[in-house]
Design a protein around this ligand. Structure first.
Ligand code: CA
Length: 360
């Protein structure tokens, strides 16, 4: 007899009286899926989120649902990740959505745009604002759904052979910059290049590029950029809180039981929190080591930020006028950004500013 009809006939009191153990409504089958990461294994922060996610899924399903995690290029190179998830070549991909702005600029809004949301705001917009809903609606056109899975927090502005003192110093700068941000830096005159993480060091060492940004102290130190460029500018105004996404092929996801769907959602949320925690816990020591090894920390001058801000806002107006998908998401995103900053200026910003100058 099916459990539900048994309950209907016997009533809940009868079930309790009979001491019937709770039945598993949908028997879970053994599953093996593949997840392609856009990142190299050496980055235990950003790549590590996929490992954490797969481990949690395995634990929560008693080992029945196993997801093998593959580093960038092992199955799929990073630029092909969206197509691979869309086609079902792999069931899942973990990536920085802004890498795919060439398909549509709206991808960038699921990750980071210059002068966008910080990490806290991005999580708030995603989970409790319209962010996740709007991004999923957009991704449905590509045959997959998404789950936030990590954030690096505000990034550094990268490594430079020569200090940026004025807006004019950006002109002609051969600059490795991630994803969509190059659209803004190139309006300031940079020759923007999107070189994969593993190849940046060599390009900077050889002088093929003049400057390169990656993430922040912990990751950057691992890749050795401090050995080939002395100036470390801050902040990375193009990445105030870049969010990573787990993409899941929609058909594959729809075929899962309710339990497995919930487990995917929960495991991704755990990995989301853990990635930010790792960055926040590990960056301070790495920054100290870099400074002890003669890295010069230099703030971007305010006029550079002002000029970049103006270019960014002009760019968003231009894209919005031509791209309805971008406009729909950006309108909501920019409202959220305005309201959130209005609130944070009284609380986080004031509290943080006091604490960071207090003698601890
Ligand atoms: Ca970056």
């Amino acid at each position: 007899m099916e459990r539900r009809s048994f309950i209907r006939q016997a009533g809940i009191a009868g079930v309790l009286a009979a001491g019937t153990a709770p039945a598993i409504v949908h028997a879970q089958t053994n599953l093996r899926w593949r997840l392609t990461s856009a990142f190299p294994k050496s980055l235990d922060t950003i790549y590590g989120a996929s490992d954490t996610f797969a481990r949690k899924v395995k634990e929560m399903t008693g080992g029945k649902f196993e997801i093998s995690v593959h580093a960038n290029g092992e199955l799929v190179p990073m630029p092909g990740l969206v197509d691979a998830v869309q086609n079902g070549t792999v069931e899942m991909g973990h990536t920085a959505p802004y890498y795919y702005f060439g398909k549509n600029d709206a991808f960038a809004l699921g990750c980071a745009v210059p002068f966008g949301l910080n990490s806290r705001q991005m999580t708030a917009w995603s989970y409790d604002g319209n962010g996740l809903k709007l991004m999923r609606e957009f991704y449905s056109g590509y045959g997959f759904t998404s789950f936030p899975m990590g954030n690096t927090g505000a990034q550094m502005g990268g490594w430079y052979r020569k200090e940026i003192k004025t807006v004019a110093d950006m002109k002609g700068l051969k600059f490795r910059v991630g994803g969509f941000a190059g659209k803004v830096t190139s309006r300031l005159g940079t020759v923007s290049q999107n070189i994969p993480g593993g190849e940046i060091y060599q390009a900077l060492e050889k002088g093929t590029i003049d400057a390169a940004e990656w993430v922040g102290p912990y990751d950057d130190q691992k890749l050795g950029f401090n050995k080939v460029a002395p100036i470390y500018h801050y902040p990375g105004w193009w990445e105030g809180g870049p969010q990573l996404d787990l993409y899941v092929n929609q058909k594959a996801f729809d075929g899962l039981s309710g339990e497995y769907k919930a487990i995917i959602e929960s495991a991704a949320a755990y990995a989301h929190t853990e990635m930010q925690a790792k960055y926040d816990a590990r960056n301070p020591a790495a920054l100290k080591q870099l400074v002890a090894n003669k890295t010069r920390l230099v703030a971007f001058p305010k006029p550079v930020l002002d000029a970049a801000f103006k270019e960014a806002m002009d760019l968003y107006s231009e894209i919005s006028a031509a791209n309805p998908a971008f406009k729909k998401i950006y309108d909501d995103y920019s409202n959220f950004r305005r309201e959130s900053n209005l609130w944070f200026r009284f609380t986080e910003a004031r509290f943080d500013a006091f604490m960071q100058t207090a003698k601890l």
